[in-house]
Design a protein around this ligand. Structure first.
Ligand code: NDP
Length: 314
């Protein structure tokens, strides 16, 4: 082992609300944290236009600006924020052991504590029109963006618990929510299915797939196709919500950290502690239920406080 390898007390992987909040707390506790920002600096919020539900911004704030401010706040206390993507890890099983991390497949770093804030990525259909109108009527988060479609008709695709929950949320704001279900039944729990089926302004279209999201500068409608009959129709809508699941960005921890079958990291109750000592999981990488910026920030804070305690006890 070369002596040139950088050794850290605290390494933060990921730069969404969880990562930056962890950085603010860790830097203020003098852990001299180093953060690698990952492939999408700022995380999922940088794909959102307006953030209206983060406390402290009475007028709302756009996602990228909010992330710039969080970054500036983390830097103010001395966080060393770097470009780079963690490609491999070897996490120690020993208390006090160094965790080995490789950045961009070449730079090896050793850290006594690792705060994971790698987030999750919303899944999209992969249509060209959907990608082009992202942030201009296409959204993967009804709770974040639904408010902007108040009083307007929207379409939502998906049939799991998230889709059902988001359809119910949108139905409180919008006169009509059309839910596109690709099979002849929904995957969501029976209770959630009953809820959407019994909501007057939710129209469920089974066996229906999205062909194209229509509109130039904003969403104007959705062309859909019945996959049994082949029949196509256009549903007028100004919002198109995709709720077909998320994928936590945790592949690099496979075989080392406990995770569920989708890849969400499993932590001890009321804690961000993973199954490896000194490794803490925060934000959407471990939260499949709430997935909000403010809850991610909360667990980022927990991760840093736990890292501080862990180092103090060594
Ligand atoms: P799920 O994986 O459960 O559901 C994804 C849904 O999207 C499925 O219905 C799937 O259809 C559909 N889908 C996937 N790809 C496409 C596509 N290309 N076109 C059209 N439809 C597609 O994800 P969720 O985010 O809903 O839930 C994730 C986990 O979190 C689940 O375990 C869920 O129970 C849990 N959860 C729990 C909540 C709660 O308890 N309050 C709230 C939210 C989530 P198909 O069924 O045909 O495969």
């Amino acid at each position: 082992m070369s002596d040139n390898i950088e050794k850290l007390d605290c390494l933060i992987i990921g730069s969404g609300p969880a990562g930056y909040t962890a950085a603010i707390y860790a830097a203020r506790a003098d852990l001299k944290p180093v953060m690698y920002m990952g492939l999408e600096p700022g995380g999922q919020l940088t794909t959102t236009t307006e953030v209206d539900n983060f406390p402290g911004y009475p007028e709302g704030i756009d996602g990228p600006t909010m992330m710039e401010q969080l970054k500036a706040q983390a830097e103010r206390f001395g966080t060393d924020i770097r470009w780079g993507y963690v490609t491999k890890t070897e996490l120690s099983e020993e208390v006090g052991g160094y965790h080995k991390v490789w950045v961009d497949e070449k730079t090896e770093i050793h850290a006594k504590t690792v705060i994971i804030a790698t987030g999750a990525s919303a899944k999209y259909l992969g249509l060209e029109s959907e990608q082009r109108l992202m942030g201009f009527g296409v959204s993967a988060c009804a709770v974040c963006d639904g408010f902007f479609y108040k009083g307007q008709e929207v379409v939502l695709v998906g049939a799991g618990d998230t889709a059902a929950e988001e359809a119910s949320y949108l139905a409180k704001l919008c006169p009509k929510v059309t839910m596109l279900v690709r099979r002849d039944e929904m995957r969501a729990s029976k209770a959630m299915q009953h809820r959407v089926q019994n909501t007057d302004n939710i129209v469920i279209k089974y066996n229906t797939e999205t062909v194209e999201v229509l509109g130039e500068k904003g969403v104007e409608g959705v062309r859909v196709k019945n996959n049994q009959t082949g029949e196509e129709e256009v549903i007028p809508a100004t919002g198109f919500f995709v709720a077909i699941g998320h994928k936590p960005n945790t592949d690099i921890f496979k075989g080392q950290l406990d995770m569920d079958n989708v890849g969400y990291l499993i932590t001890k109750a009321d804690s961000t502690q993973t199954n490896r000592p000194g490794v803490f999981a925060t934000g959407d990488a471990q939260d499949k239920i709430y997935r909000q910026a403010v809850t991610a920030a909360g667990t980022g804070c927990m991760g840093a406080l736990e890292a501080e305690r862990y180092l103090a006890e060594l």
